[in-house]
Design a protein around this ligand. Structure first.
Ligand code: CAA
Length: 289
């Protein structure tokens, strides 16, 4: 466990938030997962239960560790009650700047002065939410990857006035989760890993839209020629086409660069509500999802 942080609150019980909360609880932190919708919390609980039970079955974790994590984890809609005793809040809500700014302003009011406020956003850099608080030095990005229970990397990204102690505490926290912190020197939308991924995705979607190859064959090439665990289209379905779409829009909004806008085929899937694994259909079909 990190020395300064004992109590963790994760806001947003979507794919990322729920697994981040599980990771914190598994590492022994007293953890609360918060969502404004009870049904989202119920869904997160069921998903986590089946994931963690499967890890036990497969011998990846012990039953005792998983039971201990459930003891540490509370799922609640009462954000302010849990925020009042948080040492660290990880915001993993929707990729919408206005919403994030109001969340950070409210957190600043209800959390104790020492609480670190971080955002899991990969695209909304923390300087854009830090000035909604009176503690910008305690704000940074802590960017996890999907699936957060599995992926090792967590990017630690300070903004110009993040205190070095905040970066150190955030880094120590990531290490205490058994994950690998990757520290950036300064903020840039997308950070490092997503910028690499975006370059690959842009090219993949371009090849598909230009009729050069089917998306399945592009995935096949990424896996069999480059050794990637998943192709770029499979990965969009895992991450969520809604997330991909909103990230591109946020980048466009921050940079004004028209090449950042979501590709036509991604926009079509977004507008059709075909978000990938979570809706049962994206680039691929997921019966029973
Ligand atoms: N949640 C939790 N655990 C999962 C999972 C999920 N959605 N999907 C797979 N796993 C775990 C499970 O333990 C699974 O075991 P079971 O099959 O017994 O459940 C185990 O991984 C192995 O899974 P698979 O056999 O299905 O497939 P795999 O060996 O290919 O591993 C993977 C799955 C770890 C997801 C792997 O394919 C992989 O590393 N893919 C690339 C993921 C990646 O690039 N993530 C970054 C996305 S970008 C991002 O997140 C940033 C952003 O800001 C949008």
């Amino acid at each position: 466990m990190s020395t300064d942080i004992r109590t963790v609150v994760v806001l947003g019980a979507g794919t990322m938030g729920s697994q981040i909360a599980a990771v914190a609880a598994l590492a022994g932190y007293t953890t609360a997962l918060v969502d404004i919708r009870q049904e989202q919390l119920d869904h997160a609980r069921a998903q986590l239960r089946s994931r963690l039970d499967r890890d036990v079955e497969k011998g990846r974790r012990t039953r005792a560790d998983v039971d201990a994590a459930w003891e540490q984890l509370t799922l609640t809609t009462d954000r302010d009650a849990v925020a009042a005793s948080a040492d660290l809040v990880i915001e993993a809500a929707v990729e919408d700047l206005k919403i994030k700014r109001s969340i950070f302003a409210e957190l600043d009011r209800v959390c104790p002065p020492h609480t670190l406020l971080v955002t899991n956003s990969s695209n909304i850099v923390s300087s854009r939410v830090a000035d909604a608080t009176d503690r910008p030095e305690k704000v940074c990005n802590l960017h996890f990857f999907n699936p957060a229970l599995v992926m090792a990397c967590v990017e630690v990204v300070p903004h110009e006035t993040t205190a070095p102690e905040t970066v150190d505490a955030a880094t120590a926290f990531v290490e205490s989760l058994g994950k690998t912190p990757v520290r950036l020197k300064r903020e840039v939308p997308g950070f490092v890993a997503n910028r690499l991924l975006n370059a690959l995705r842009r090219e993949a979607v371009g090849l598909y839209e230009d009729g050069v190859a089917d998306f399945k064959d592009i995935d096949l090439a990424a896996k069999t020629a480059l050794g990637h665990p998943m192709g770029p289209f499979e990965l969009m379905d895992l991450v969520g086409i809604d997330v991909v779409y909103l990230i591109r829009l946020a980048e466009y909004e921050q940079t004004g660069d028209p090449s950042a806008l979501p590709a036509r085929s991604v926009k079509e899937k977004y507008e059709a509500g075909d978000f990938g694994r979570k809706t049962g259909r994206g680039w691929y079909e997921y019966p029973g999802a």
